[in-house]
Ligand binder design. Sequence first.
Ligand SMILES: [Zn+2]
Length: 336
Amino acid sequence: MAAVPTPDLTLYDPFVRMQLVAPNCFLCGTPVDPATDKVPVFAPWLRERYQLGGKPIQMLDQSTSNFDELSIPCCAKCQHEHVNALEARVEQATTESPQGLRTLDEQTLFLWLGKMFYGIFVNELARELEPLIKPRYPLAENRTLFSRFRCFFQVLQALRVPMQYDDFMPGSVFLLDVDLGPDDAPFAYDDDLATMVFSIRLGNVAVVSCLLDNAMLRDVMERVYADAQTRPLHPVQLAEFKARVYYGAYLISAIPEYFPRPVKPGDEVLVMDTFLDDVTGAVFNPWDTMAYAQTLEELWLPWQIGLRDILRDPHQPLSYLYDAEGNPRVLAQFPE
Ligand SMILES: [Zn+2]
């Protein structure tokens, strides 16, 4: 009987020598030919199922890309053994209905979202390093952003390295049912690199996540999340829920750090520990109603709900998730 090879539990850190946009496999660092060795950010099954081929994506530098164009360098081994395997799991779970997302374990869901989010980040970075482009908000000069993505990438490597998060989840993931109207697109996504928020909707199931908060938002939003699951949300309600996640993520002041435990011979899983650097004692910065209202206004743009309406009561911003008594609202249509 052949001995089962023990898995390689070495982590790769593309941030040490800034190999993020170099022709190296994004997962293991092996040099590759990026013209042929690459994986799409949005998997082929997703693009086919939701007819995303050729659909435009607005990039941070104001240029336009599309769903087929976005890809990241990836060696053949990582492609077949890790990325395709993960995508196949999600594809299979959602074949009958996007509700199948609920059957996936937390780590699978985290890695699936994380792969797309990281892919978008790398693509944004690559564009901005092109000499003719002058971005409005240069990512490459943002040290906080880089240290966040460096931490995030450590736990994202569970995609390749058998890994166990010891008693924590690196991110908050919320799954919500949405009551779509006939004009709503079957697929949607949005993200914010600075706050590590990524949201994707397959049909009538929305996934909203903050991918680097050790599930702190999940904790503080426990009641709002429970209430939001009591009925399918109208899209205007989903936008409000997202505003709470976006703004909550913005308020987080303590960024998690991760540490791999030393590997002993024969170990088959890398165990990760975490540490929250909250020297100031506060995990969240103080809530500011005006700033929240502005986030809400941005997410409610499609419904043209302005700040004046949102702040009619300056202490209690407008809500479609809750009524004046604080009970979950059922919203059949908008405007009512
Ligand atoms: Zn690789």
